[in-house]
Ligand binder design. Structure first.
Ligand code: FAD
Ligand code: NDP
Length: 495
């Protein structure tokens, strides 16, 4: 353990504002290195009144409930397929998901994680306060408790890890009648026919699991699907969702939501020709991006600079323009809004502050997965980004369709099982990006992300012996280049 001498002037060596992925990771690492640490965490209720416990977005209203609902959806799919494998299941049409049972199970799991997190903080002697923090000066935070009482905390170092919350559009009825990802995982009543506005990660994932759970789901797309991702892969995902029954309304923006006498919601939207359309839904879910919770910190009290367009913090090596004030996670400008990114950056920062480390966070080549019904995992550059950066002549795109073995017996549609490798065409043929659509995409792409970090080259990928029969081995079999114009469809399962 590195030696830590608490500065007597301050109550803490590190005060963390925000008990989510990044804040808790930094707090735990700092205390392990001998620092005196406190964490303030406070959840302002959503416009609909939903609130939750300690642990931040990922645990309460993000990755975890989302993955559990995705799993519920996959299980429903598996039940339907199992008859083809000899399972004697009742008529598939009679099999239904019980929304209340699902949300209760999901919420019970979350509560257990909240509890374990609190116990862990206590055991590690990290002081936790359920208080909303804001800056008084650069070493002093005022924490407002639930009962309105205010308490001052002083610290040598302050870490901002306050994350963000869903945005709502400025249209009539949005706040009154809409919900967001903050509400969906604990919604008391089954969502029914749902309009999901926004076609980013959250929009696609929510529409995907709702459709698979048996609810009519529509995605309203303002421009393109999954901005920032490889667009061929993104469109393949949307195509697969459509094939499964999700509706898409393209080039459309909502303009008004009204509640009808029967409680259902009448939604108006405008298309690119400025024509107005309307339809009735039971639930309208906004997934139009997230707003960082930085204004609430009263940044003006210490001269903390925010990026005007995003209200995010542009930190250099997680240090803000105020030398003793740091930031990690979703509040950082132009950094991936992903849990492992927040955790890794928080841990490394604590090691630099209290453990004599010099190791910096590497935000490049962070792998990610969209948990759409057929998942999409990727790491590194998209086809278009690679071409834009290096030029078409320098880039080779390898691609292939494939047939997962387990899809054969239930005769599942394989038309969108597709992979792509983006590599330099010459020299060492370094791999710049890998893209996978298919089952267990996150599991598949994680290992390849490590390989890319080790400078994987295309010849090395081809020299890797596959594990048969898996879907991940398809990357070791890939050989058709887009440039060749050859058919990327699979010839046989085992050749
Ligand atoms: P958060 O986890 O948001 O924690 C911030 C905490 O600070 C919150 O508890 C907040 O209430 C509290 N707080 C805010 N202001 C104050 C204040 N002034 N005082 C005290 N406390 C305050 N990422 C993945 O990697 N994989 C996924 O599959 C994935 N799925 C997601 C699904 C959804 C629906 C959503 C919304 C997000 C998902 N994410 C996923 C993103 C991931 O949840 C975030 O990147 C991650 O939680 C960010 O961590 P953080 O520490 O920056 O902030
Ligand atoms: P995104 O920024 O990914 O997507 C927002 C979507 O909403 C875009 O399609 C955008 O369209 C659209 N949009 C924006 N403003 C409006 C508007 N006024 N009216 C209509 N549509 C609008 O945000 P999300 O909320 O989906 O996700 C936030 C972050 O959370 C992600 O970036 C991701 O990092 C993280 N996350 C990670 C997950 C994972 O790892 N699996 C899962 C879920 C979230 P346009 O393209 O036109 O701007």
């Amino acid at each position: 353990m590195a030696c830590m001498c608490s500065d007597q002037k301050f109550m803490y060596d590190l005060l963390v504002i925000g008990g989510g992925s990044g804040g808790l990771a930094a707090a735990k690492e700092a205390v392990n290195l001998g620092a005196k640490v406190a964490v303030l965490d406070f959840v302002t209720p959503s416009p609909r009144g939903t609130t939750w416990g300690l642990g931040g977005t990922c645990v309460n209203v993000g990755c975890i409930p989302k993955k559990l609902m995705h799993q519920a959806a996959l299980l429903g799919e598996a039940i339907h397929e199992s008859a083809a494998y000899g399972w004697q299941v009742p008529d598939p049409k009679t099999i239904k998901n019980d929304w209340q049972a699902l949300t209760t199970a999901v919420q019970n799991h979350i509560k257990s994680v909240n509890w374990v997190t609190r116990v862990e903080l206590r055991t590690k002697k990290i002081e936790y306060f359920n208080a909303l923090g804001y800056f008084k000066d650069q070493h002093t935070i005022c924490g407002k408790m639930k009962n309105g009482e205010e308490k001052l905390f002083t610290a040598k170092n302050i870490l901002i890890a306050v994350g963000g919350r869903p945005r709502y559009p400025d249209i009539p009825g949005a706040l009154e009648y809409g919900i967001s990802s903050d509400d969906i995982f604990s919604l008391e009543k089954a969502p029914g026919k749902t309009l999901v506005i926004g076609a980013g990660y959250i929009g696609l994932e929510c529409a995907g699991f709702l459709n698979s759970l048996g609810y009519d789901a529509t995605v309203m797309v303002r421009s393109i699907v999954l901005r920032g991702f490889d667009q061929q892969m993104a469109n393949t995902i949307a195509q697969e969702m459509e094939r499964r029954g999700v509706h898409f309304i393209y080039q459309a923006k909502p303009s008004k939501i009204e509640k009808q006498t029967d409680g259902r919601l009448l939604v108006n939207w405008v298309d690119k020709e400025r024509q107005t359309h309307q339809d009735i839904f039971d639930t309208v879910l906004f997934a139009i991006g997230r707003k960082p919770l930085t204004e609430e910190l009263k940044p003006e009290n210490i001269g903390l600079q925010l990026v005007p367009e995003t209200a995010k913090i542009e930190a250099i090596d997680e240090q803000t323009n105020i030398p003793n004030v740091y930031a990690v996670g979703d509040v950082l400008h132009k950094k991936p809004e992903l849990t492992p990114v927040a955790i890794h950056a928080g841990r490394l920062l604590a090691r630099r502050l209290f453990g004599n480390s010099t190791e910096q966070m590497d935000y490049v080549n962070v792998a990610t997965t969209v948990f759409s019904p057929l998942e999409y995992g990727c790491v590194g550059l998209s086809e278009e980004a690679a071409i834009a950066i290096h030029g078409e002549d320098k880039i080779e795109i390898y691609h292939a369709y494939y047939k997962p073995t387990e899809f054969f017996i239930p005769q599942k549609d394989v038309s969108n099982c597709y992979i792509k490798v983006v590599a330099f065409r010459n020299g060492d043929q370094r791999v710049l990006g890998m893209h996978f659509i298919g089952p267990n995409a996150g599991e598949v792409i994680q290992g390849f992300a490590a390989a890319i970090k080790c400078n994987l080259t295309f010849p090395k990928l081809k020299d890797t012996v596959g594990i048969h029969p898996t879907v991940a081995e398809e990357f070791t079999r890939i050989s058709v280049t887009k440039r060749s114009g050859l058919d990327p469809k699979p010839q046989s399962c085992c050749s």
